[in-house]
Write a protein that binds this ligand. Structure first.
Ligand code: NAD
Length: 464
């Protein structure tokens, strides 16, 4: 009877594998299927194989994935800029390198233990199974690499639903990661996706019974969609990070850090400085120093209005054609000629200006003057919109820093540094490209993608 059951299981697996091979779109796009249901079945099957291996083997797979992406960093960075028309090649290289080097792997899975007179209890971190991961257009390869490392380290298979506007880069990333896994001796299709990503395919994934967890990295729409799915969901949503500068700050450094952070990859990162709120007494000196760091200030009312008309649609939301574009490109469109050394456009505006309230994701940095630090913190809380994402403050006053951190309640709070210090660039700590503010997991890592399980041994192994 046992042998019979084993045979049937084997036959079923073979049939599924054949279906998967048939539907796999091409030999060199490993893991890419025509049909979402097939992509899910294949990842499900691969995950069953993965859990049979030990942690050392998972570690080997993760290492191979890191190395394969490292070898192809220039290619993926170039593809992303060309395909999406957003961001800067040299910054994408830095972002891809960051996920390769600083995304936690298997070592992140730390068990907890309780031991005492009644014995030993372990709290173990087990895989969910197959995770459906929805990824953005702003960091296409970075998010996939980061999610893939953490999710596989945790023992899961992954079905990706990438943004349609970044499908070539996303599918190439998945293909490279699968190649590395297979060459390291791991199962095929541990990471899968579909040839034509779309909202309807994402919906199939969100409803599929073999998807055990959903992880969405993107704007408010997709976070709401996964949270309404009825499945365990992690939402990494939009931000609008304010940078507050008070009168005690090292103004020259603050200006340098803010321009470096806000212009990195043309402001695409969700953590990047999106508006500056500065105490009046130091505002002029801050602006003077920003200009010394390749910021171009627009002062004329006529130019400000032109810029607003260019990058804000009639409905008040950002014009997507200018998201992630270079500052000199945007300036040229309003008749201002300048060289490529200009990294950011700065301008003083009122607190309710769309540049302040909206998440532009362009190298345009609005500056709002306030009378004191109390007003600055109040306004920062207001314009962050309760996203609980990221905030930055430049100050030497510990009380001010503490107060802002408490009041704004963001997942990431950077003190006296550029925003990217918050994801491990020039700041301590690991990196992630999935920052789960709305659902509270924070900076996700392998352990985020696990189920906590308790394993109890009664009356033994306590040697206290
Ligand atoms: P987006 O919301 O347009 O798309 C993100 C992904 O969600 C894409 O794959 C898209 O196809 C999918 N999607 C969108 N609506 C959906 C729905 N209703 N159902 C299912 N899938 C849906 O975002 P984008 O332009 O690609 O990325 C930029 C946004 O993402 C910004 O708001 C940025 O702040 C945010 N973001 C957040 C993080 C984070 O870690 N919190 C990281 C990167 C980007």
């Amino acid at each position: 009877m046992k042998a019979e059951a084993y045979n049937i299981e084997n036959i079923v697996q073979k049939v599924i594998e054949e279906i998967n091979n048939r539907n796999n779109t091409s030999n060199n796009q490993k893991g890419v299927f025509n049909d979402m249901n097939d992509a899910i079945e294949a990842a499900w099957l691969a995950q069953k194989k993965l859990v049979k291996y030990n942690l050392e083997f998972r570690n080997k797979l993760v290492k191979a994935m890191r190395e394969e992406i490292r070898k192809n960093i220039n290619l993926l960075s170039k593809m992303a800029v060309e395909e999406t028309g957003m961001g800067r090649y040299e910054d994408k290289i830095k972002k891809n390198l960051l996920v390769v080097e600083k995304t936690p792997g298997v070592e992140d899975l730390k068990s907890e233990v309780f031991s005492g007179d009644d014995g030993l209890t372990l709290l173990e971190l087990s895989p969910y199974g197959v995770i459906g991961a929805i990824t953005p257009t702003t960091n296409p390869s970075e998010t996939i690499v980061c999610n893939a490392i953490g999710m596989i380290a945790a023992g899961n298979g992954v079905v990706f639903s990438p943004h349609p506007s970044a499908k070539k880069t996303s599918l190439k990333t998945i293909e490279l990661l699968n190649k590395a896994i297979i060459e390291a001796g791991g199962p095929e299709n541990l990471l899968t996706s579909i040839k034509e990503p779309s909202l309807s395919n994402a919906e199939i994934m969100m409803k599929h019974k073999k998807i055990n967890m959903l992880v969405a990295t993107g704007g408010p729409g997709v976070v709401k969609a996964v949270l309404s799915s009825g499945k365990k969901a992690i939402g990494a949503g939009a931000g609008n990070p304010p940078a507050v500068v008070d009168e005690t700050a090292d103004i020259e450094k603050a200006a340098r850090d803010i321009i470096a952070g806000c212009s990195f990859d043309n402001n695409l990162p969700c953590i990047a400085e999106k508006e500056v709120i500065v105490v009046d007494s130091v505002a002029d000196y801050l602006i003077f120093n920003m200009k010394k760091n390749n910021a171009y200030e627009i002062k004329e009312k006529r130019d400000i209005e032109r810029l607003e008309k260019l990058v804000i649609n009639e409905d008040g939301h950002p014009n997507k054609s200018y998201v992630g574009k270079n500052a000199d490109y945007i300036l040229k469109k309003i008749g201002i000629d300048c060289g490529p050394e200009v990294r950011a456009i700065i301008l003083e505006v009122d607190r309710d200006h769309p540049f302040v309230v909206e998440e532009l994701m362009m190298p345009i940095l609005p500056i709002v003057r306030v009378k004191d630090v109390d007003e600055a913190i109040r306004l920062a809380v207001e314009v962050e919109h309760g996203f609980r994402h990221t905030a930055i403050m430049h100050s030497k006053n510990v009380d001010n820093l503490t107060r802002m951190a408490k009041e704004i309640q963001t997942t990431i709070f950077i003190k006296n540094g550029p925003s990217y210090a918050g994801i491990g660039v020039g700041g301590e700590g690991y990196t992630t490209f999935t920052i789960a503010g709305p659902t509270g997991e924070g900076l996700t890592s392998a352990r985020t993608f696990t189920r906590k399980r308790r394993c109890v041994l009664v009356g033994g192994f306590s040697i206290k």
